[in-house]
Design a protein around this ligand. Sequence first.
Ligand code: PGA
Length: 257
Amino acid sequence: MSKKIIVANWKMNPKTLRDAEALLRAYRARYSAFKKVEAVICPPAVYISPLHKAVRALGARMGAQDVSCFEGGTHTGELSAAMLKSVGAAYVIIGHSERRKMGETDDVINQKILQALKSGLIPIVAVGESEKNEDADRILDMQIKAALRGISISDVRNILFVYEPRWAISRGPQDTRGLSDAPEHAIEKMIYIRRMLARLYGASVAQKTRVLYGGSVRSGIVAAFVKKGFGFNGVLVGGASLRVFEFIKLITAAADA
Ligand code: PGA
């Protein structure tokens, strides 16, 4: 049984590099939990280089939260896949709903995935509906088909998908409203994603591709999403990854599920 994947999306936190270093030191003090999972830490891009060693020492991999859709050139403020890779990123989150909300289109997301693959970054592609009453299958259909345009069968195997409905995302570490999707519903969507992959690339790809869940994941509920047999391969964690004890409990619960 392969290890569960736990992606920590720190978003625009912590406030300073010093705080980020302290957060990693606190993770490090509970090092043994990290050995039980495949952890990917995604800090703000400016912290990637200074934190790279500490993330490695944890036995985790480094991820970025976004990447440019351009390869290089006259694009002020953009960070290319090759740049992120050169400072230590191995993964990159693409198509997060907080970025889609800022106007990122399916087309741009597709370009970003292509750039990431070209530079050897592993794309973590987030898909999901915005509102609870929306037709999730129709939206997944559109987002996945667009995201995978021009992507070969050998490349698609490297992509991680995250089913993350926007309505289930927390407002941060202190948000305990319990907004997460119901595990049964989320697992239905995972099956739908695999069915789409089967149609587009064949049954073997659909079976082997790793699909994660994201949206208000906390230690008390994570096991229901990653349970043995028919669960997700892991989770994408936002707010809870900033609370050390909670995050360690979450990792342990996921590893034991
Ligand atoms: P959350 O965020 O766990 O705080 O809901 C997840 C995400 O948006 O990546």
